[in-house]
Each structure stands twice: as structure tokens, then as C-alpha cells.
Design a protein around this ligand. Structure first.
Ligand code: NAD
Length: 250
């Protein structure tokens, strides 16, 4: 790995996205942090030093996605790894969930991931070792009350990952997803603060008995992003402390 190996990360200003970029830079590569909070992305890139830079993207806006990758391509000739980590949560009971609450979560996660993959395809192909890592979740495989928008979106990301893996394999692009359990980031901190996530219940249900740190998910993303996983594509790798295999219901 050297500074010519580029990772592009949406949602790179914070949480899992930032930890992924940080790991890549620490291992010798360069990172482009793409986020709609440009000021936060700039601060984050400064923390990573000269091997990182920040770019504005709103993954919910097709034109912004095209523009961001045009800006990226003006400097970088290729992308070796793309991490789709931009995301939001808007929990509500299904009986009350509004069209906007459902649609905005679907748009950012599903359409956004698809838009970014399409915009990055040629640069990933130019790498010869291009790897996409999409952020799924335990919500991709569990029915979570109050999360219809989020579970639908994360399930769709798992499906999208499999199809892109098959379609783009001939172009030398691998496509995988990681399924984190609960990770301490601003994303979960906000939900905890709003009383929409109870840490004690989650810790009790998780065999490993705790939330993950973002770095623990970044390590899994790093494996999928590098040639260490050169024969893995179309896979959803759960990194959930055992949450989705918990069978202690006696
Ligand atoms: N934290 C968890 O417990 C957890 C668990 C499973 C999956 N995930 C998923 O991991 C991903 C990252 O989550 P996180 O915990 O690091 O969250 P985070 O809130 O710390 O970071 C998300 C980043 O995405 C950016 N973002 C949001 N909407 C955007 C948009 N439209 N365009 C561009 N940037 C946008 C935000 O500005 C923020 O910097 C999300 O897809 C989330 O669904 C998180």
C-alpha cells in the first residue's frame, strides 16, 4: 500500500466512515472523505494529515454525486476502495411513519449507495483491484420494530451488493457489505439521547456483551477493501458481536 492507493468514503466525516479512512491512511494509503457536512469532513481530513482530503457530496442528490466524482477524478486517476458509509436513522412506528420518513431513509441508503457506486465504477475499474464495501447492518436480516425504513434500506443494500458483485466482477471490481451490530458513534449517541435506543437491552442481548468501537468495524472494512479478501465478493459479513446468531431464548 502506498499514497497512490486511494480510498473514497461517503460519510467520511464521522463514525465508521472516518475510522475506515483513518485505518487506510495509517496503512499507507490516501483517503478522500466525502460528506454533506463539509466542515466536519475538512476537520476530519486535517486530523488525518496530508494523505487525506475532504469533498462535498450529498448522496441523496444525483447531481451532487456526479459532481463529487468529477472533482475526485480531477486529482485521482483511480479508486482502489469505495466505502459507502453515509447514513441516517429516522425511527418511527410503521403505523405512523410518514412518506418522508420512509422515503428519505431509503433514498440516502439505497439510491445513494447505488448512485455512488455508479459514479465510482470507472475509477474503481481503473485500479485493477477495486473494492466496494457497503454498510448494511443487523437490520438487513432482523425485523426491528420501529425501523421499517431502515430495515428495508439495509436489506436492499445487501441485495444490491450481490447484484453489483456479479455484474462488475468482469471489470475487476469486488463488491461486499459489512453488517455491524451496535457501534458507539454519533449515530447511536443521538438515538440513545432521544431515548430511542436502550444500551442495557442491547448489551444484554449481544453475546459479546457490549457495543463495538468504530475501529472494530473499520478493521473488517479494511479486510474487505484490500486484496487480503481478493476471492471474496457478494458477501455480507456480519460484525455484530454475535447479535444475529444469539439463540439463547430458552
Ligand atoms: N453506528 C451503528 O451502530 C451502525 C450499525 C449498523 C450500521 N451502521 C451504518 O453505518 C453507516 C455509518 O454510520 P455511523 O454510525 O458511522 O454514523 P455517523 O452519523 O457517525 O456518520 C454518518 C455520516 O454520514 C453523513 N451523511 C448523512 N447523510 C448524508 C448524505 N445524504 N450525503 C452525504 N453524507 C451524509 C453524516 O454527515 C455523517 O458524517 C450508516 O450507513 C449506518 O446506517 C451504523
Amino acid at each position: 500500500m502506498n499514497r497512490e492507493n486511494v480510498m473514497a468514503v461517503t460519510g467520511g466525516a464521522s463514525g465508521i466512515g472516518f475510522a475506515s479512512a483513518s485505518k487506510w491512511v495509517e496503512q499507507g494509503g490516501s483517503a478522500v472523505l466525502l460528506d454533506y457536512d463539509l466542515a466536519a469532513a475538512q476537520r476530519a481530513s486535517q486530523d488525518l494529515g496530508p494523505a487525506a482530503r475532504a469533498l462535498y457530496i450529498d448522496v441523496a442528490d444525483a447531481q451532487s454525486v456526479v459532481q463529487a466524482f468529477a472533482d475526485l477524478a480531477a486529482k485521482e486517476q483511480r479508486i482502489d476502495a469505495l466505502v459507502n458509509s453515509a447514513g441516517i436513522a429516522r425511527p418511527a412506528p410503521s403505523s405512523e411513519m410518514t412518506e418522508d420518513e420512509f422515503g428519505s431513509v431509503m433514498d440516502i441508503h439505497v439510491n445513494g449507495t447505488f448512485r455512488v457506486c455508479q459514479a465510482a465504477r470507472k475509477l474503481l475499474s481503473a485500479s485493477g483491484r477495486g473494492s466496494i464495501v457497503n454498510l448494511a447492518s443487523v437490520a438487513a436480516i432482523a425485523g426491528m420494530p420501529g425501523r421499517a425504513n431502515y430495515t428495508a434500506a439495509k436489506s436492499a443494500i445487501a441485495g444490491l451488493t450481490r447484484t453489483l458483485a456479479v455484474e462488475w466482477a468482469p471489470e475487476g471490481i469486488r463488491v461486499n457489505a459489512v453488517g455491524p451490530g451496535y457501534v458507539r458513534t454519533p449515530f447511536t449517541d443521538v438515538l440513545i439521547g432521544q431515548g430511542k435506543l436502550r444500551t442495557d437491552g442491547i448489551e444484554a442481548r449481544t453475546p459479546l456483551g457490549r457495543f463495538a468501537q468504530p475501529e472494530e468495524i473499520a478493521n473488517v472494512i479494511h479486510f474487505l477493501a484490500t486484496t487480503d479478501s481478493s476471492y471474496v465478493t457478494g458477501h455480507l459479513l456480519m460484525a455484530d458481536g454475535g447479535l444475529t446468531v444469539q439463540g439463547d431464548w430458552y
